[in-house]
Write a protein that binds this ligand. Structure first.
Ligand code: MN
Length: 208
């Protein structure tokens, strides 16, 4: 077996089974997405920082929040693979079936967008219109207000001083096995698997 001197970041296990989000997100997609795609981001992130002791001692959140502290020669690799590592870590935590939107996050969504339907319309639009690969997010911005944003590739909201509360991965690998080219159907199905309890917890903590 090949020896590895540096194995800091590890693929986090899911806290639920790959089939838990059926029929909205299918078991095979979850398995490939986690075991293959997320694993690859994890490996390549570790690879990118393997010669940089300082970055190895930092949390991925800290690294992505301070991109100007990354040496130029590994910067894009860290943005891509560190971002991919973090974004997926985050994504798995906000997925769960049958969780009702309630609590402080419901009040804040209503306050910001008028009602849930308007929020959904805007979030769906952000996810639908993102050209190519990337993510749509609900974040808390620097003014502690809710905001819907898009990020390209594996760019992370932390890098533009926004705190992630909810995300949808709209890379084709997130939906192609089940939904093929129909990104809109995947986005509509996504609303059935949002863990609003987790989103609420993130919101309450971010507001502090
Ligand atoms: Mn993905």
């Amino acid at each position: 077996m090949k020896s590895t001197s540096y194995m800091k970041h590890k693929l986090p296990p899911l806290s639920y089974n790959y089939n838990s989000l059926e029929p909205f997100i299918d078991e095979e997609t979850m398995k490939v997405h986690h075991e293959k795609h997320h694993q690859t981001y994890t490996d390549k992130f570790n690879e990118a920082i393997k010669n940089n002791q300082e970055l190895q001692n930092k949390k991925v959140e800290d690294i992505l929040s301070n991109l100007n502290q990354i040496p130029q020669d590994i910067k894009q690799a860290v943005i891509n693979h560190g971002g991919g590592f973090y974004n997926h870590n985050f994504f798995w935590t906000i997925l769960k079936k049958d969780i009702k939107l309630k609590g402080d996050i419901l009040k804040e969504i209503t306050k910001t967008f008028g009602n849930f339907e308007t929020f959904k319309e805007q979030f769906t639009k952000a996810a639908t219109t993102l050209f190519g690969s990337g993510w749509a997010w609900l974040v808390l911005n620097e003014n502690k207000k809710l905001e819907i944003i898009q990020t390209k590739n594996q760019d992370c909201p932390l890098s533009i001083k926004k705190i992630p509360l909810l995300a949808i991965d709209v890379w084709e690998h997130a939906y192609y096995l089940k939904y093929k080219n129909k990104r809109a159907d995947y986005i509509e199905a996504f609303y059935n698997v949002i863990n609003w309890d987790k989103v609420n917890e993130l919101f309450v903590n971010a507001k502090k």
